[in-house]
Design a protein around this ligand. Structure first.
Ligand SMILES: Nc1nc2c(ncn2[C@@H]2O[C@H](COP(=O)(O)OP(=O)(O)OP(=O)(O)O)[C@@H](O)[C@H]2O)c(=O)[nH]1
Length: 231
């Protein structure tokens, strides 16, 4: 079994918000990325921007507790033009801003949509959560699909322990597989536990340091966009 390769498909259709705006135009697909501190959310967002930006009109909203560090990293790396990156400062509780009081994030995605609507309507907005614990999930009023990013260095028992991110995310990424031999994580066990917790929901084993990088996850995003556009 090639665990470095994404196990994809099928996915559930759990969209809650309407794909069309009041004026009949299609809005962008919104995908949220959550997960524990340091698991690789920003690195995955950066890699997705590089992989998809020539084919798609895209933008990113970052959430940090007190800083704009994630947005500054994306700006420094020039993964997208600055006007396509917005930072939301969430205050004390990062999961509140993506789950309970989503107003600041909704405002950010709607402003981005409006800014590009005329000349290059957005196809995709990635919303990155601030690093938080295993319970941080997105409101379905904010995003249409969510990706949960964990990493092998966080311990190979994370999939077994479950939690809403691991069990319900539309895609689970087990990141930094290149580190598995160094930290003694058993990828086979993580795959079995993840399958047990998630049933048919897909899991991608990813190393951004490896030759494949983000490609399998970028393909998953493309399929979501295709399904969104076909609706
Ligand atoms: N070895 C290895 N390192 C990685 C990989 N992906 C990300 N990293 C590194 O892990 C560190 C944390 O990555 P980030 O993308 O900042 O993690 P994050 O989840 O956004 O962190 P917070 O925003 O602080 O929650 C960085 O030094 C990345 O370069 C990977 O696949 N392999």
């Amino acid at each position: 079994m090639h665990l470095d390769h994404a196990v994809a498909q099928p996915h559930r259709h759990t969209h809650s918000a309407a794909p069309l705006r009041a004026d009949g135009t299609r809005r962008a697909l919104r995908i949220g990325l959550g997960g524990p501190v340091g698991s690789g959310k920003t690195a995955t967002v950066a890699a997705l921007c590089r992989a998809l930006r020539t084919d798609l009109s895209m933008a990113v909203v970052t959430n940090d507790i007190y800083t704009r560090e994630d947005a500054e990293f994306l700006l420094r790396e020039a993964v997208l033009p600055p006007e396509r990156i917005t930072a939301v400062e969430t205050g004390a509780c990062p999961h509140t801003a993506i789950r309970d009081d989503i107003s600041a994030n909704l405002e950010a995605v709607e402003e981005l949509e409006d800014a590009f609507r005329e000349h290059a309507p957005l196809d995709l907005i990635l919303v990155e959560s601030g690093g938080d614990n295993l319970t941080a999930t997105f409101s379905r009023g904010l995003v249409d699909a969510q990706i949960f990013v964990i990493d092998v260095a966080g311990g190979d028992d994370i999939p077994r322990k479950g939690g809403p991110g691991v069990t319900t995310a539309d895609l689970l990424i087990v990141n930094k597989t290149d580190l598995a031999p160094h930290v003694g994580s058993d990828l086979g066990r993580m795959a079995r536990d993840a399958a047990e917790q998630r049933g048919e929901l897909p899991v991608a084993f990813q190393s951004l340091r490896g030759p494949e990088g983000v490609a399998p996850v970028a393909d998953w995003v493309r399929r979501r966009i295709a399904a969104w556009t076909a609706r």
